[in-house]
Design a protein around this ligand. Structure first.
Ligand SMILES: Cc1cc2nc3c(=O)[nH]c(=O)nc-3n(C[C@H](O)[C@H](O)[C@H](O)COP(=O)(O)OP(=O)(O)OC[C@H]3O[C@@H](n4cnc5c(N)ncnc54)[C@H](O)[C@@H]3O)c2cc1C
Length: 343
């Protein structure tokens, strides 16, 4: 199996901060996976393209970077069944399926990262989630050294969440994802911005619109390092929502059922007066307050310090705790944001 020692991860994280790992493994077959050392007692991290990962310490733990490739397409009478290796790039998959006349993922265009990471947080955008089309996830379990197949229910997908963040966390590696796309396609134009399109819009038109909306709002990590939405949109009880709405009648909100309401974390940060705020070479993006950007720091700790400050300001103003969507990695492995101590 391909591997490397003292590997610099600066080009493998979209915040472009400095980090070095003692060893990185690039498994791309079942044989490779079976050769991985027993990492149960060692600190390690599974890294896709690092677009949702913040390296906080300059020393990272051992890294496993799944490098399974390939896209296989078969047909049933009414659907396309597409099996994709975890190491494939998400946006390239979306574009290539669209070119082949297989529609469904166009609302998820331009989301950076690997296919293998997509189930972990059930990526979503513009009214569509990964879970809408995923029928199976193939997952290599470290202990039994076997490949298990989880169906959609078994993945326990919810908003930015799945079983891979909980019961199966660090117990194995996603190696392949299987989708089913109905041949009869209907554009999903429910989300703000897309409803400007004609209801007969083609999948290509939807994808182009999604790309132009994203490019207008989100900074390109290649030009201004960032990890997209830094915080998750908080989901609060109706009682809290009612109290806030009385005070802020213009506050955006998205009812979730079960007496719960999702609020827009970006709006909360903006109202806390932090849009465009900068300190120590990092800042809150001037157009989209949900995105923290790295202007000139090489140190992940600067971003954590800013994130703590943003969280405290929002708490002080609204009495709501916003939590990061981005995964925090220290030399001791992944850690909870609440437990991080800034050195
Ligand atoms: C500009 C920008 C815009 C973004 N927009 C969106 C958006 O609209 N919607 C959205 O949902 N996200 C968005 N994101 C976040 C990011 O694109 C997704 O979270 C993406 O899935 C991360 O992929 P990655 O390969 O870079 O994951 P990484 O950051 O490498 O890893 C993320 C997590 O997945 C785990 N993981 C990765 N691969 C595997 C595997 N094969 N097996 C098991 N675990 C694995 C890692 O251990 C880690 O916990 C955005 C990010 C950026 C930079």
């Amino acid at each position: 199996m391909e591997s490397s020692q003292q590997f610099s991860l600066q080009n493998n994280n979209s915040f472009n901060v400095k980090a070095i790992c003692p060893t990185i493994y690039f498994p791309k077959s079942l044989t490779d996976l079976k050769q991985l050392p027993d990492l149960a007692s060692e600190n390690f991290y599974i890294l896709g393209d690092g677009t949702n990962t913040l390296f906080i310490d300059q020393q990272a733990p051992t890294i496993i970077k799944p490098s399974f490739t390939g896209v296989d397409i078969t047909e049933t009478a009414d659907s396309y069944i597409v099996t994709v290796g975890a190491g494939e790039n998400w946006h390239q998959l979306v574009s290539s399926l669209l070119e082949q006349g297989i529609f469904g993922l166009e609302n998820l265009a331009l989301i950076p990262g690997s296919v293998g990471a997509a189930p972990v947080q059930n990526i979503g955008a513009y009214g569509v989630e990964f879970s809408n089309f995923c029928i199976q996830v193939k997952w290599f379990e470290f202990v039994s050294k076997t490949v298990n197949t989880l169906n959609n229910d078994g993945c326990q997908f919810t908003y930015r969440n799945s079983v891979f963040k909980h019961a199966l966390y660090n117990k194995g590696i996603i190696i392949e994802v299987v989708f089913s796309f109905p041949k009869v396609w209907q554009a999903n134009l429910s989300y703000a911005g897309l409803n400007e399109l004609n209801e007969n819009a083609t999948a290509k038109a939807v994808m182009e619109k999604v790309i132009s909306l994203r490019q207008a709002k989100l900074p390109d990590p290649q030009l201004l390092p960032n990890a997209g939405s830094f915080f998750k949109n908080p989901i609060v009880d109706e009682t809290i929502f009612t109290r806030l709405q009385r005070e802020y009648p213009k506050m955006p909100f998205y009812p979730q059922g079960k007496k719960q309401v999702k609020l827009a974390a970006g709006w909360l940060i903006e109202q806390a007066g932090l849009k465009g705020y900068c300190e120590n070479g990092v800042g809150v993006h001037e157009k989209q307050a949900l995105v923290l950007v790295n202007y000139e720091s090489e140190n992940g700790q600067d971003i954590v310090a800013l994130a703590h400050f943003v969280q405290q300001q929002v708490l002080a103003k609204f009495d709501i705790i916003i939590s990061p969507e981005v995964r925090m990695l220290t030399s001791q492995g992944e850690q909870d944001f609440a437990d991080l101590v800034i050195k």
